[in-house]
Design a protein around this ligand. Structure first.
Ligand code: SF4
Length: 278
């Protein structure tokens, strides 16, 4: 997920919660029951398998580098784009919409589009009553905005017809919606429903996992990286990984010219030498 300052304008301010409200609105994270927890017929736990060398120290180092919480994703990610004072169903819809807008788009641009949409009252009904041209103007310049107008309209109509204006509460139903991919679905489950369903892998997580050697073999797509990470990363860390690595990718482990000289993982990173020299 991505970052800008579009969400820090006047409109955002008018919706800003007090500190106390922020605290009370924080979504608690629960975990889906594992096979083991579901009881009869459950498989025995598997023996510990492969895990990357040094991953625990690498993770500690990334947490240290991210301790300032000052990356774009920390202020403008999907969990910051919805109106915390809106009814739960509306909040969940806004979370999904911000995720749909965020693909191939910087967080700053997504936040700006969400601010403009929220200023008009962002609900399933209001979107369905907005003509395509106006919706396009409101979300421009998010990436692929023309396609997103179409997907947002189609998804909103489905949500109204099949889900009473709410969003579905499973990854399978979420990815069946037009314009919703696996990363968005897992983030929607975490942010909107407070359920950890899987690791949300975007281009940042995909790139960094491969650079650090967190996949047993190199992976070619975010979905393959998600499966590779879920094979060894303890489940209690799944919800943390997306925000942690996205911000790390925005500030330090950049797609081009990563800041290896300033990275605490330099001596532990298999990619450092080839990317930044000895
Ligand atoms: S050493 Fe460089 S490539 Fe490795 S994690 Fe740090 S910034 Fe990324």
């Amino acid at each position: 997920m991505a970052g800008g300052n579009g969400g820090k304008g006047k409109g955002k301010k008018s919706h800003s919660p007090t500190k106390r409200q922020r605290k009370t609105q924080k979504l608690s994270v629960t975990y889906e029951a594992s096979d083991h927890e579901k009881g009869e017929g459950a498989k025995p736990p598997e023996a510990p398998g492969w895990e990357p060398r040094d991953w625990q120290q690498q993770l500690v180092n990334i947490r240290t580098m991210r301790s300032g919480k000052d990356a774009p994703v920390d202020q403008l990610g999907a969990e910051h784009c919805y109106d915390p004072s809106a009814p739960p169903k509306v909040r969940r819809y806004q979370v999904l919409l911000s995720l749909m807008l965020s693909s191939q788009t910087k967080d700053q641009v997504t936040a700006g589009a969400m601010q403009r949409l929220r200023a008009r009252g962002l609900t399933v009904d209001s979107i369905l009553q907005t003509d395509d041209s106006t919706l396009g103007t409101l979300i421009y310049p998010v990436g692929f905005w023309r396609s997103k107008v179409k997907y947002i309209k189609q998804t909103s109509a489905i949500l109204q017809q099949r889900y009473g204006g709410d969003i579905p509460a499973s990854v399978a139903e979420l990815v069946a919606l037009p314009g919703v991919g696996p990363k968005m679905a897992h983030l929607a489950m975490a942010v909107a429903w407070g359920t950890v369903s899987g690791i949300a892998v975007d281009t940042h997580v995909h790139r960094i996992a491969n650079r650090l050697g967190w996949t047993k073999t190199a992976t070619k797509s975010p979905e393959k990286t998600r499966a590779a990470l879920e094979a060894w990363l303890p489940r209690e860390l799944w919800s943390e990984i997306n925000g942690l690595l996205v911000g790390f990718g925005q500030q330090t482990c950049l797609p081009v010219h990563p800041q290896c000289q300033a990275c605490l993982n330099r001596s532990l990173c298999p990619a450092a030498r080839s990317l930044c020299g000895p």
